[in-house]
Ligand binder design. Structure first.
Ligand SMILES: Cc1cc2nc3c(=O)[nH]c(=O)nc-3n(C[C@H](O)[C@H](O)[C@H](O)COP(=O)(O)OP(=O)(O)OC[C@H]3O[C@@H](n4cnc5c(N)ncnc54)[C@H](O)[C@@H]3O)c2cc1C
Length: 417
């Protein structure tokens, strides 16, 4: 018997947001059917987790399982150019609750959360669900095929709520033509797995600032995930296909040429475009959005999986409460979170953030700088571990420092072109 006012929920999408939501609701007695598209790309982005994800894995009881097939991650390395580096060690972040994370093979990670949802009592239906719009209303209707495929979960009736957690396919936002906000960058992300590439600090996610755009290196078992985030038009000058563009640009950029020289690509290249996209509404009459289906800002700080899991957690709380106010709070919190990440991401692309960290290395050599550093080491890095991403004071301090604390350095020198 359900312990909440919401008794039945259909979840579209078996990624982290959908599976986490299904697990949390099912644990509390809600009858959940999760519709999961079986066919997925050969490799999936979202392999580098921030430390704030770890408590979610513990709640699901899957941390040991995830650790067994993943790479332990102790920090992040920013490669500014051929000479300069910035290293963030999670165990040096003052006041951090979690001081490590993992780099995960996404297919296995998603399977772990999905199994946790199933163990919690959610019904996993390995097929997509079809939705339609109820004429002249804000309601969506689950197709009769899906209701039948869910067996006895909905007793042949419409579920109380339908949650779109189907990622970038944005089922409900498209169906209802919901307004969206697009980011300003016009980059493409080209993603592949390679052998033969080294990282500078074992386990760290590496962000390499390129002559055009930036690259990630995420160490995974037996391979490294390498992504190129480069202006879409510029990439076209390197070939017609995603493979040509990836292989040619990887070996052309002067910053990464050295480590890229021995790279052997062992997967196809998957392209992502127009990914900076958020919907301005996340809750309707009988529907809600979670994870990327609601919004995604940018890959640079590996925040997507955290935002997806947090949104699942907050939406589960709101649905269990069942009141319109709880659902509005969920929507407001999610949009606020994306705005916070958006600001931090803008500081990265403008060069202000990397300049601030570089200045930190200079001022730490002075007495007053060491005093300030004690304070900053609590607030700044916590923005990137995810634990302080929406903390008002940390956000304010960052905004103030990138405006007034650059010590006469020109941020344009570290801008991402
Ligand atoms: C280039 C790039 C790099 C990134 N790198 C990172 C990173 O390193 N770290 C990080 O934390 N985040 C990263 N992200 C973000 C991260 O991948 C996403 O934020 C995260 O996967 C969101 O999870 P989700 O569950 O909302 O969506 P998804 O992971 O996309 O899951 C949605 C699921 O729904 C399924 N689906 C789709 N349509 C249907 C349908 N009609 N019916 C049923 N199921 C359907 C899909 O197959 C999928 O399984 C990156 C994003 C990009 C674009």
């Amino acid at each position: 018997m359900a312990t909440a006012r919401v008794n039945t929920v259909a979840v579209l999408g078996g990624g982290p947001a959908g599976a986490m939501l299904a697990a949390l609701l099912a644990k509390r007695g809600v009858r959940v059917a999760l519709f999961s598209k079986a066919k997925r790309p050969p490799i999936i982005v979202g392999e580098s987790l921030v430390p704030a994800v770890i408590p979610f894995l513990r709640r699901l009881g899957i941390e040991d399982e995830v650790a067994a097939y993943s790479i332990w991650k102790g920090g992040a390395t920013f490669v500014l150019n051929t000479e300069q580096r910035l290293n963030v060690r999670f165990d040096e972040v003052r006041g951090a609750r979690t001081t490590y994370s993992y780099n995960v093979p996404r297919d296995r990670f998603d399977a772990s959360i999905l199994r946790a949802a199933e163990r919690a009592g959610a019904r996993i239906v390995p097929q997509p669900a079809h939705l339609t719009r109820e004429a002249d209303t804000d309601r969506v209707v689950l197709g009769s095929d899906a209701i039948a495929a869910a067996g006895d979960v909905f007793d042949g009736k419409q579920p109380d709520w339908i949650v779109d957690a189907a990622g970038r396919s944005r089922q409900i936002a498209r169906l209802l033509d919901l307004p969206t906000i697009e980011g300003e960058r016009h980059d493409s992300a080209l993603h592949a797995h390679v052998e033969g590439v080294e990282v500078e600090i074992d386990g760290n996610v590496h962000t390499d600032r390129l002559e055009h755009g930036w690259a990630w290196r995420i160490p995974l078992p037996d391979r490294v995930s390498v992504g190129l985030i480069v202006d879409t038009d510029f990439l076209r000058t390197f070939g017609d296909t995603a493979e040509e563009q990836y292989d040619n640009y990887l070996h052309a950029d002067p910053v990464i040429r050295d480590w890229a020289r021995p790279a052997r690509r062992i997967t196809p290249v998957v392209r992502y475009s127009n990914y900076q996209l958020r919907t301005t509404r996340g809750v309707g009459a009988n529907w809600a959005l979670a994870g990327d289906a609601f919004g995604f800002i940018d890959p640079v700080f590996s925040s997507g999986m955290l935002i997806a899991l947090e949104s699942a957690d907050e939406l589960a709380t709101a649905l269990l409460d069942g009141s319109p106010e709880a659902l509005r709070t969920y929507e407001r919190q999610f949009l606020h979170k994306l705005e916070c990440w958006q600001r931090t991401v803008e500081y990265f692309y403008s060069g202000r953030l990397l300049t601030l960290f570089k200045v930190g290395d200079i001022v730490r050599t002075k007495f007053w700088g060491r005093m300030l550093d004690f304070h900053f080491r609590k607030h700044m890095p916590r923005l990137f571990t995810g634990e302080g991403a929406t903390n008002r004071y940390s956000q304010w301090l960052l905004g103030f420092m990138v405006q007034h604390g650059l010590y006469r350095q020109d941020p344009a020198e570290l801008r991402i072109n």
